[in-house]
Design a protein around this ligand. Structure first.
Ligand SMILES: [Fe+2]
Length: 441
């Protein structure tokens, strides 16, 4: 019996160590992203979609406190009960919440207090996991893992939000200093890779973590199509601008046309024309647009209009997932700390021949989220789980489009082939980009 007991304890402590190591690694990475920020940077909310950095720090902490400590620590008492209201985002089942568009008006708790709150909750999580048995761990582990993925999503938002905040400052603050050389020369030409009609298995297979919206796994008929070998670059997109793409109604969805005119869009977000040349604001400062980088900060409307102009269309999410099956999940993710899409390979005379025969898809993962023409909808048989955590994905399945592949602000350990991101069609502040698809010619 004694031996059996020891055998029970041993795997548990290794499991706890692994889980805690991952937990701390993700929590520390959030802190490291803030390393160059000053206290004044943490509190600005530049538009309703943007949350202040301080709010991200506290909200991700609230998630662990609400869904783990309050549920599993007997007699747990929150040090500051009001944080339940202030740092709840949208979980109605978890209680009332502060107005999202007023997050920038909150000067207290201070940045230092938000950091203290993080450290305090982290040590409670440490104690709970280290002191619990195997059965408790079985219950808590899936929620800790969900909290880790939740935090990774907020790391991406933290970056795109601070980019928007800085972009409105005439001093153009630099988030992270980098030496970026503008690539010279022409990028490899875009080719179209053919896919035959097939019935594909769509959705997550249940091995490892996935969000509930990636299931149930099901069969989908995908007619013949072809998919572009690489994302659309800034150079490609400038041709659309110079061909008066933004003022030619024939390329635009009705709602897109209204939006373009109302908001007077003439280029992707963060682009400005100076002395006849395009410049853009990046997390490394204001610099000339590099034509060889994948275009980013475009809305669904712009992506769709560009595709129409190019005689193509956007892929469905099912086409994308089927095509991604053969692609390794690698690319320019947040771990590279480039915080910007990387230049697409420049074609040389020597490689031109080779690239013409290359039938692979490039840059499916990382760099920019790729808009699909699929509405964000439940897969057949999908039901959100009851309770607050069921509010994570299901209730947003209306008026949004699916994006695939992750971006330069996404963690490598967060993205999957089946991962479904979603945003409203007019949103531009995420690292969103374009990959073209075509029907059989
Ligand atoms: Fe959240």
């Amino acid at each position: 019996m004694a031996r059996g007991k020891r055998a029970d304890l041993h795997p548990s402590s290794a499991r706890v160590e692994r889980l805690l190591a991952r937990f701390h690694q993700i929590r520390d990475f959030t802190n490291s992203l803030c390393a160059g920020l000053e206290p004044e940077d943490y509190v600005v909310q530049s538009m309703p979609d943007v949350s202040p950095t301080k709010w991200h720090l506290a909200h991700t902490t609230w998630f662990f406190e609400t869904f783990i400590l309050k549920k599993f620590v007997r007699g747990y008492r929150a040090e500051v009960p009001e944080y339940a209201y202030l740092f709840n985002s949208y979980y109605n089942a978890a209680g009332d919440m502060h107005r999202r568009d007023l997050r920038g008006l909150i000067s207290r708790p201070t940045v230092r207090e938000a950091q203290r709150y993080r450290a305090s909750i982290d040590s409670h999580i440490d104690n709970l996991l280290s002191g619990g048995g195997e059965r408790l761990l079985d219950e808590i582990e899936p929620i800790v893992v969900l909290g880790i993925h939740h935090e990774q999503q907020h790391q991406e938002l933290l970056l795109t939000d601070i980019k928007h905040v800085f972009s409105l400052n005439p001093l153009y603050p630099v988030f992270r200093e980098r030496n970026i050389n503008i690539a010279a020369g022409k990028v490899v030409p875009m080719r179209f890779v053919e896919f035959e009609e097939t019935t594909a298995t769509i959705g997550h297979d249940g091995r490892g973590f996935a969000y509930d919206n990636e299931g149930p796994r099901h069969q989908a008929l995908i007619p013949r199509f072809s998919l572009a070998s690489r994302p659309v670059t800034n150079g490609d997109y400038i041709e659309f601008i110079e061909d008066n793409g933004y003022t030619r109604t024939e390329f635009w969805l009705s709602l897109g046309w209204m939006t373009v005119n109302e908001l007077r869009w003439q280029a992707p977000l963060y682009w400005t024309k100076r002395d006849g040349a395009w410049w853009n604001f990046t997390l490394s400062g204001f610099r000339p647009v590099d034509e060889s980088e994948p275009v980013t900060h475009v809305s669904y409307f712009e992506a769709d209009a560009y595709a129409n102009w190019a005689g193509a269309r956007l892929p469905t999410e099912f086409e994308w997932e089927r095509a991604a099956l053969d692609c390794p999940v690698e690319g320019n993710f947040v771990e590279e700390e480039l915080f910007h899409p990387a230049a697409v390979a420049v074609a040389s005379a020597v490689s031109a021949d080779k690239s013409a025969q290359d039938q692979r898809l490039h840059r499916m993962f990382g760099d920019v989220w790729e808009w699909t023409r699929s509405s964000y909808a439940p897969y057949p048989g999908y039901r959100a789980v009851p309770g607050a955590l069921g509010e994570y994905n299901g209730k947003f399945m209306c008026n949004q489009y699916v994006l695939r592949g992750g971006s330069c602000a996404t963690s490598r350990t967060h993205i999957r082939r089946t991962y479904r991101n979603f945003f409203q069609p007019e949103k531009r502040w995420q690292f969103t980009g374009i990959r073209l698809a075509r029907d059989p010619q």
